[in-house]
Design a binder for this molecule. Sequence first.
Ligand SMILES: Cc1cc2nc3c(=O)[nH]c(=O)nc-3n(C[C@H](O)[C@H](O)[C@H](O)COP(=O)(O)OP(=O)(O)OC[C@H]3O[C@@H](n4cnc5c(N)ncnc54)[C@H](O)[C@@H]3O)c2cc1C
Length: 425
Amino acid sequence: MTSAFPASWYAASLPEPAALPPLQGDVQADVAVLGAGYTGLTAALELASRGQHVVLLDAQRIGWGASGRNGGQALVGYGCEVDELERQLGRDDARHLFDWSRDAVQAMRTRIDRYGIDCHWREGHASVAIRARHERELRAHCEHLQQQYDYPMQWWDRQTLRGQLDSPRYRAAMFDPLSAHLHPLAYARGLADAARAAGVVIHENSAVTRVQRGPRPALHTAHGSVSAAHLVIAGNAWLQGLLPVLEHRIMPVGTYIGASACLGPERARTLIRNDMAVADTAWALDYFRLSHDHRLLFGGRASYSALPPPGLRGVMQRRMHAVFPQLADVALDQVWGGYVDITRNRAPHWGRLDGNLYFAQGFSGHGVAAAGLAGDVIAAAIAGQSERLDVFQRLKHAPFPGGRLLRMPLLVAAMSWYRLRDALW
Ligand SMILES: Cc1cc2nc3c(=O)[nH]c(=O)nc-3n(C[C@H](O)[C@H](O)[C@H](O)COP(=O)(O)OP(=O)(O)OC[C@H]3O[C@@H](n4cnc5c(N)ncnc54)[C@H](O)[C@@H]3O)c2cc1C
């Protein structure tokens, strides 16, 4: 069955390509990949560039998952802070992971140029503080990255920030000149085009219903199978019981974005003069940026239920107006959402099972650049250079307590506490 592409400003702003044919019959490959998001597409592209025969299956369409719907903020780092990496891996390997994430943003830029992907790349990202506690923590983090990681992070006081961002809400910012933002679906489709040109065979509307593990593993769908020397599992938060050994370590959390009505170039530019992306540091964060056609793309509002929160558009609009009171006359034209795959410690969960099944998950809402890194790291490991994957695999991840039934209520309780803390101090 052919599935509709989820409605969003991203999908509306691009012509919809014809669907690629589903898998029919049993085929052989060097590598079989599950998932046509950034992780699976980058792994496939990098493997095909090394001469491997790759077949990639997606249950839906290319970029249908988080990769085609996200906030478009391509950030250095991971879902957790470097402190968690240092605690688990020590300072030297934490530094390696951080430097690789920095390389990952540059690698996106290189792919965009090499494959001519038209996805409106813009550099600059500000993490902004709402409360005095956020400002203290953010400043300490900024100095840590400057001093221990030699990262060119900048500290902006309120006045400097107001010179770029016309919002009364924020006290200060940590400005990152190397992180960037882009049209996420255009990037995913561009990666897919590059992968196909390199020889990757992609089947859309081909849900994997069984993963066969063992010496010659395979992905099975309702109408065929791909057996291969290696499997790559890049299904993010959508595996739905296919591989419980992985799924117990992540929690799917809904998060939402809206696109404002078109503001026109002049009004849009008064909001964010340097065209950077912005995210605050509150637990239930807001993040936003301008689109290339002069809308405000405004995200936030996590939900720990399978259903979108009631009155979502109104809630999102109120949050946008709290940041930009001058947009009181502006509505959100479209609102959409998707799942992020959080781990308990927000650190990435990447590795290998059985010696031939590779996976990457747990991007914890911070995967636009990191998922491409995961694909690259997995491709290198399959090609025999597993040094980087070995370091990621040393990160320990506890399963969510409560099993499949109780993990959600327990998480909601924990999140409510963090939200309350943000509201109070
Ligand atoms: C609303 C939203 C906003 C976000 N904003 C940001 C942001 O601004 N910055 C940032 O860094 N990160 C952000 N993220 C996170 C980021 O988008 C993801 O971490 C990243 O895209 C994950 O890529 P992926 O390839 O691992 O997974 P996905 O892009 O989700 O791809 C997984 C694919 O696997 C397929 N699949 C799953 N199960 C099967 C199966 N059984 N058979 C076949 N195919 C299957 C799905 O159809 C899907 O296409 C956001 C996420 C969301 C949802």
